[in-house]
Write a protein that binds this ligand. Structure first.
Ligand SMILES: *Cc1c(COP(=O)(O)O)cnc(C)c1O
Length: 401
């Protein structure tokens, strides 16, 4: 599909990156599993021997037609110049961090994010001489206080896992650039249907494709998006040489999922609003975090920054761990399981102490910020695409039982 044609997001999600196969006239995209490609003429072992878009497919760690189709679809959806697909969200995250940061650099990162990201930056980066400052990125003063002349990157996740705290992308992009740093946004919870960080000034967007974009819980994948200028170098440093490439089969499954992303996000949001209101009115529930609720402390920012409030809810009860073990046995429809963004609803319990020991050891004041959303722990509910009344009934039985 020509990217110059102005089309809506639903049309883009279906057609971008794809086209009728010129040889077979197949309407659906082919799955190309080949790891190597017969050369039309003898070539070197380096992509740099080829110029610009003329690079033929040579070897699937360097590039594969099915993976490339997915990259093009995602770039169009995010309104980014280019996209690099990875084997998982963590391969994308580690690829971007290790592919851009050098010894002596300083990283300012949200103190609340996906546990794998927090563990990576706390445990690995300091070993390589990269300094890390975890701060509450919803508070611009804390961010400014942490930035310095060595700061190379500001990393946020919005909404942040699992408390659904938001960070203001446009404001933080401006701040990062003032200090000569780049802004990276893990936008997994938002998806390009809710928020397109590049349009708000971010330099990099990171996705776990395992979640909403794939959407069906059957393929791991990840992506980094940004300008051609920054991604050209990153493709070598973060992908080709670190080697965390996406399998073409997963790319094919994820492309099929991405085609229905706009419709699924509408349905996820509609269901999540029903569930969030149901939980907010439930006597066994102490607090509900959902950006679409008027009670969310950043509901104003959510309305400005998110065209869709997505399908992630977290909530506190006064019997977290007990209730969690009952859920594993007694829920009929919702699966008690990690991960999120699938058509099936998923729920799991996240204890605050576990998050704090496995990720950042935060000073008391920052810990208070986390606890104000999470208390001693919360249930993270990824609202799926089932009938919302069935989901409410499933939860009500366990909550009141
Ligand atoms: C799941 C997730 C990741 C990691 O993705 P994987 O595909 O599991 O490696 C990173 N960030 C966020 C916000 C996630 O939810």
């Amino acid at each position: 599909m020509s990217q110059s044609v102005e089309t809506g997001l639903r049309t883009k999600a279906i057609h971008a990156g794809e086209g009728i196969d010129p040889t077979t006239r197949a309407s659906a995209p082919n799955l190309v599993m080949s790891t190597t490609f017969a050369m039309a003429k003898p070539g070197g072992f380096s992509i740099s021997a080829f110029e610009g878009d003329e690079v033929p497919f040579i070897y699937s760690r360097w590039g594969n037609p099915t993976v490339r189709q997915l990259e093009e679809k995602l770039a169009v959806l995010e309104n980014a110049e280019d996209c690099i697909a990875f084997a998982s969200g963590m391969a994308a995250t580690s690829g971007l961090l290790l592919g851009t940061l050098n010894t002596g650099d300083h990283l300012v990162i949200s103190d609340t994010n996906y546990a794998g990201t927090a563990e990576l930056v706390r445990q690995m980066l300091p070993r390589m001489g990269i300094n890390v400052s975890p701060v509450d990125t919803s508070d611009i003063q804390s961010v400014r206080a942490a930035m310095g002349d060595k700061t190379r990157m500001l990393w946020i996740e919005t909404p942040a896992n699992p408390i659904l705290r938001l960070s203001d992308i446009a404001e933080l992009a401006e701040t990062a650039h003032e200090y000569g740093a780049s802004l990276a946004v893990d936008s997994t919870f938002a998806t390009p249907i809710a928020t397109r960080p590049i349009e708000l000034g971010a330099d990099y967007v990171v996705h776990s494709l395992t979640k909403y974009i794939g959407g069906h819980g059957d393929a791991l994948g990840g992506a980094v998006l940004g300008s051609k200028r920054v991604l050209d170098q990153l493709r070598n440093d973060a992908l080709v040489h670190q080697g965390g490439v996406l399998s073409p089969f997963n790319a094919w499954l994820i492309s099929r999922g991405a085609a229905t992303l706009p419709l699924r996000m509408q349905a996820h949001e509609a269901n999540a609003i029903v569930l969030a209101e149901f939980l907010e009115n439930h006597p066994a529930v102490l607090r509900v975090n959902y950006p679409g609720l008027a009670s969310h402390p950043q509901h104003g920012l959510a309305k400005r920054q998110m065209a869709n409030f997505s399908g992630m809810i977290s909530f506190q009860t006064d019997a977290g761990p007990t209730l969690a073990s009952r859920m594993t046995a007694e829920l009929d429809i919702i699966h008690y399981a990690v991960s999120l963004g699938h058509h099936r609803s998923l729920i799991c319990w996240i204890a605050t102490d576990d998050v704090m020991t496995s990720s950042f050891q935060l000073p008391e004041r920052q810990l208070e910020g986390y606890r104000s959303f999470a208390g001693d722990g919360l249930f993270r509910l990824s609202v799926g695409l089932e009938d919302p009344e069935d989901l409410c009934r499933d939860l009500d039985r366990v909550l009141t039982g």
